[in-house]
Design a protein around this ligand. Sequence first.
Ligand code: HEM
Length: 496
Amino acid sequence: MTDNTIRTTAGAPWGSNQDSKTVGARGPLLLENYQLIEKLAHQNRERIPERTVHAKGSGAYGTFTVTKDITAYTRAAIFSEVGKKTELLARFSTVAGERGAADAERDVRGFSLKFYTDEGNWDLVGNNTPVFFVRDPIKFPDFIHTQKRHPRTNMRSATAMWDFWSLSPESLHQVAILFSDRGLPQGYRFMNGYGSHTYSLWNAQGERFWVKFHFKTRQGHRHWTNSEANEVIGRDRESSQADLYHAIERGEHPQWTVFIQIMAEAEAERVSFNPFDVTKVWSQKDFPLHEVGVMELNRNPQNYFAEMEQASFSPSNIVPGIGFSPDRMLQGRLFAYADAHRYRVGTHYEMLPVNRPKMPVKNYHLDGPMRFDAPHPGDGEYYEPNSFGGPTEDRSVIEPPLRVSGDIGFYEHRADGDDFAQPRVLFRMFDAGQRERFFENFAGAMQGVPQHIVDRQLALFEKADPEWAQGVRRAIEKDKPVGHASAATNQEVIAD
Ligand code: HEM
């Protein structure tokens, strides 16, 4: 027996890993062959539920380094001085596909970051787009249902997507980004990241600032056209995973410059738009980008399951000096993620090495699955308050109070602002080539969708810019004679 002998989980040496225990050479197995039973039982438990969205992803470790002083805005330890470095974990993903989906699909990309700061983990769970499709969390499950498989056909449904989008004008801005060149990055290195929501920073004097986070790629933007992507998927379903992994192995460490936009707390009441609406960007003329630091990815995970599949990112993970905002979507997300983790990974998921903060964690949570340490080794400090020296609160880390007012009610979020102005500005920034690809991308994605739904979506394009609607109409007409019968089949089943 050596240190390298296989052992059961109870530590007993394992005599045969080639042959099961049988009655005679050709006889049946015995239930007492507990090694075999243990092995099969473990295999049955090798998978955890995949993320309900963003199931396919890739990631790496790295560092965040402060390059500019923002201590006037935040007391967060991560930003305490220029030159300070903080370890981080990044995970990038597509949204709609399952865990085995191809990477080179037109989809929003997730941009999740976990900063292991001196005062706990700060997670920024954003996307490669500065806005989102819906602005109230009660619409999120409906929206995601349209992106996933149809319950009857078990296929993706363009009808469902365009039905929902055409009935949800607030989605137009994000839809425009998705069908532009930026909707299909060549890999995770070649895209920006955004916190998307408005968050807050607060400083040592207790002043609050509203902020937006931007991560600008230093590798430059690179995109596939639809036909290039089809070719890529035909030979490599893991194109983004491979690009990121191999670049890091080669020592080409991708970097992003980190910026914030800043709005003073009181200014939010004076601006002409809702600064907490995730379907809108803030004008960079009015709220310029302030450089903050640089993010670099430089180390691949050793074990994909332990470090990526079990990585648990949540917008609710903030640290002193960083806070939330009244954005309804963000508020909804503050519940959703930790709830998903407790279900998907397990009650004490934050004790896993990839999720664990860098300092010892003391609190009064007790038992449950995966509680594999022994908290409260003393006598009586397993409740609070106690007389036995147990951990206590620190009121100096409470964020400054936020004034809110209003009558409780179900307020119509659709009535809040102009859904067309910002998509119009975006559309008018596209050059001729970008516009042509934009129109073609829509036309391709609308194949097989019932005409009344297409018309309703074209009416939204029209409101943004008549040329946008005309361009898509032209592209649809052009595509028609080609007769992509097969592309339409998965839509037709459920069209009516
Ligand atoms: C993943 C819910 C909106 C970015 C997830 C997960 C849930 C969820 C349940 C899976 C978490 C897990 O199993 O680990 C929601 C809800 C939303 C919402 C309820 C709206 C109310 C957004 C928005 C963004 C976003 C607006 C970006 C700005 C992400 C990312 C992931 C994710 C990047 C993957 C996290 C990872 O890498 O593990 N979301 N989401 N989500 N969501 Fe959201």
